[in-house]
Design a protein around this ligand. Structure first.
Ligand code: FEO
Length: 400
């Protein structure tokens, strides 16, 4: 895409990434893609806010040259050092050798560690102001949103918040960068939730602190480093991030995320009976087979509901490994205070149940019920499965 004017002399100069399969080497974006949003201010002093990933450097440099010769750049503002925002920095410094890097103290140390950059760095702190001429940039310290060095940049004349990872989402920007011109705003919100659950939910407490701090700033545009730019309703994405940050430790609604795997179909068969019991109670249910669905998509569901139903057979001396993997992601991303129940088949020893009990303790999940069985569901009775589902749904509903 070509550069897009946000306000007079302030441009979006981002790039779409349609080739990376796994964001951070972990999260699938093959279908959805992602944008690396950077911004340029063409004032008496010329500044860029955030950069792009290394593989998109040539597009990024072209964008700058469309507005002014890259060699005339005065400032490179680095809100966050993660390489999806800084991969272009060495090439950019070659083309603009007089540009000064503006960043936090910790970011300066990281730039040395990641890129060997030591010179021409000016350290700024929260509340410091950089005067570009007409435009003034105020820095807002927001540690751990997403890394410890992270800050945001606030443009005081037009009241634009350059928020970096916060308020971002997956998805390439196809044709328009703005919330009010988006072809499918619902999809972008869904991908913002998936991005939040994958990237930000592990730092929910610092995110809530940052959102509280932002209450002092009138904001007309939220311009994050990934996903849509929010100009029609900038408060909406801030409110969503607040809701999702709170949801990591305080579930917002009654409902069930069902996470299951099955080896020869016995745990899967029992799932059918349990679901019959659950659905009869009129509670929202989302079902994920962990053999085929990446944790990236399951984490979003875990942020929606108070209940997690886990179905896993015993595999040799372990809980079914894909379930163990999924629970590891939930723990890493700080999903706490859920109500849970467990079911699964075993051949000769119910190891999965015991391992699940241990996992729930570590995540502060309340284990309400267990239904494990030797071999096929009939050994405990299929009606027991239906009643197990009914009971779990009732317990979740009564918690609200
Ligand atoms: Fe978009 Fe934490 O990097």
């Amino acid at each position: 895409m070509k550069p897009v004017l946000l306000r007079p002399d302030i441009y979006w100069i981002g790039v779409n990434d349609r080739t990376t399969d796994l964001f951070e080497g972990l999260w699938p974006i093959r279908k959805e893609g992602i944008s690396y949003n950077a911004y340029l201010i063409n004032d008496e002093k010329k500044a860029i806010i955030d950069l792009s990933k290394e593989l998109t450097t040539s597009d990024f440099i072209e964008h700058i040259n469309e507005i002014f010769p890259v060699s005339s750049l005065d400032y490179i503002i680095i809100n966050h050092v993660e390489p999806d925002h800084t991969g272009a920095v060495l090439h950019l410094l070659e083309l603009a050798p007089n540009a000064k890097i503006i960043c936090s103290k910790k970011a300066g140390l990281m730039l040395t560690a990641f890129y060997g950059i030591q010179d021409n760095i000016e350290i700024v702190h929260g509340q410091d102001v950089l005067d570009l001429g007409v435009h003034k940039l105020q820095f807002v310290s927001t540690p751990f949103v997403h890394w410890p060095e992270t800050m945001m940049t606030y443009e005081t004349t037009e009241q634009i918040l350059f928020s970096c990872d916060a308020f971002g989402g997956y998805g390439t920007l196809d044709g328009s960068i703005f919330d009010d011109h988006s072809s499918d705003l619902r999809w972008f919100k869904q991908e913002a939730l998936r991005y939040f659950s994958n990237i930000v939910s592990g730092v929910s407490t610092p995110t809530l602190k940052a959102i509280n701090k932002l209450a002092d700033y009138p904001i007309s545009i939220v311009a994050p480093s990934h996903g849509l730019v929010w100009r029609e309703n900038p408060g909406e994405i801030i409110d969503l991030y607040k809701k999702w940050s709170e949801a990591t430790s305080t579930p917002p609604a009654a409902g069930v995320t069902v996470i299951y795997g099955t080896m020869y179909g016995n745990t899967g068969k029992m799932l059918d009976f349990i679901i019959q019991g659950l659905s009869g109670q009129n509670i929202p249910i989302e079902i994920f087979d962990v053999r085929y669905i990446h944790p990236s998509y399951i984490l979003s569901s875990l942020l929606k509901y108070n209940g997690v139903l886990v179905g896993a057979p015993t595999y040799e001396k372990s809980i079914f490994p894909p379930i163990k993997n999924m629970l590891g992601y939930a723990k890493l991303k700080g999903i706490e205070n859920r109500k849970t129940a467990f079911f699964g088949s075993y051949g000769w020893a119910g190891v999965a149940k015991r391992q699940f009990e241990q996992e729930t303790l570590e995540m502060n999940w309340e284990l309400l019920d267990i239904l494990d069985f030797n071999g096929r569901p009939q050994t405990v009775g299929i009606q027991n499965g239906v009643e197990f589902g009914e009971r779990f749904a009732q317990q979740l509903l009564s918690a609200f």
